[in-house]
Write a protein that binds this ligand. Sequence first.
Ligand SMILES: Nc1nc2c(ncn2[C@@H]2O[C@H](COP(=O)(O)OP(=O)(O)OP(=O)(O)O)[C@@H](O)[C@H]2O)c(=O)[nH]1
Ligand SMILES: [Mg+2]
Length: 415
Amino acid sequence: MASSGPDQSGRNVSSIPDPLEHEVNEAYKKRGIPGLKEAVERKLNLWKTVPLNIAITGDSGAGKSCYINALRGMTADDKEAAPVGVVQTTAEVKQYPHPEHKNLILWDLPGVGTPEFTRDSYLAKTNFERYDFFLVFTSCRFTENDMWLAQQIRQTGKSFYFIRTKIDSDISNNKQSHPRTHSRVQVLHTVRSDCMNQLQNKGFTNPEVFIISNFDVNEFDFGQLSERLIQDAPDIKREALTLSLTILTENIIRAKESYLRKRIFIVSIASAAAAAVPIPGVEYVVDTAILLKETEFYRKQLRLDNTSVQENAAALNISLSELQKRLNLESQTIPGTARGLLAFFVSLQLSTIAKTVLKVALPFVSWKISSGLSYGVQVFCLNNILDIMVNDALRINAAMNIVFARNTMEVIQRT
Ligand SMILES: Nc1nc2c(ncn2[C@@H]2O[C@H](COP(=O)(O)OP(=O)(O)OP(=O)(O)O)[C@@H](O)[C@H]2O)c(=O)[nH]1
Ligand SMILES: [Mg+2]
């Protein structure tokens, strides 16, 4: 059985899932530390091997390719992007893997009813069975063909979602045509009700419609759509989808956090086993390469890497240094080198906390490594780093939401 015990904050610091304990123990018995490290590495990367296939369909010009690019963090100018055009561009089934997470594949499907993709041939030609989710797009009205497709998907028991794009255009058009009475909230409300009516009239009770702009993934329902996909994903795919999506909302940050916390126990086993570099002044050892890799993984997952933070600053219309100052982003002080990370650990005053926190038994009885202490230290340090990064990601997300809310409020106040 895995041992467990609370740390200072009451968090359980050593609960190792039982099947993993068995797997890792077996690997250790057979191949020693290298076997153990391999087993741990395999476990940590398992999510990358889970295939996620999302079908994107709807009328020509609805914004399917733009959505695919937005979800992959690209614009149509990027080399690997889906081509976007003012004339019909998608005439065949094409797959677009996420650039960082190749297991997540977005399938650009032509809409039903084009000459080569008639209703009769659509399901076979698009390889209908392959997809986990279906996203049906329109920039105006859902067509009879969209409804037909939704019925087919419903019969398979798979999830489908209606997406209404180009809300930014609706808002700006309304603003131009109604300069004195324009209300952004009202436009959103009208578009949403119109979509609901269209679908209800066609027999979809309680349809769910996501209203988005492909040019602003932080506004409207773009984030909620990603949340919904995570929520509806089958259990075995949920972790993979959570870690593969790069769009962040508060709920997605929390979902990522929960998977990242679970990894801490596993990462710490490998690091404690390797026990390579002594921390000056303390009697335990850690493998800084492993810890650095994990820390950088958090940074990437929570979009706190340099490029992402810069993008956030641009979205908020302030400079990078201004963003760091205003939000007091502590994650930016977490070093990105092994040596720096080690110094950072020491700055956490491990020697004082060690005695309290580390009354955690070594998780694996069959180990003969004096690494119980190292294991506990690492669980503590990684939890600490993750706390800092999650807080920063939440702060940036809240700042984005405030700007969005302010845009809306200004409009409400003027009307
Ligand atoms: N304003 C605005 N324009 C958009 C949005 N999404 C797409 N567009 C524009 O709409 C046009 C068509 O977009 P695509 O993404 O190529 O549409 P598609 O559904 O892939 O079209 P096909 O490949 O022909 O089926 C392009 O000019 C895009 O720039 C959006 O959310 N807002
Ligand atoms: Mg297209």
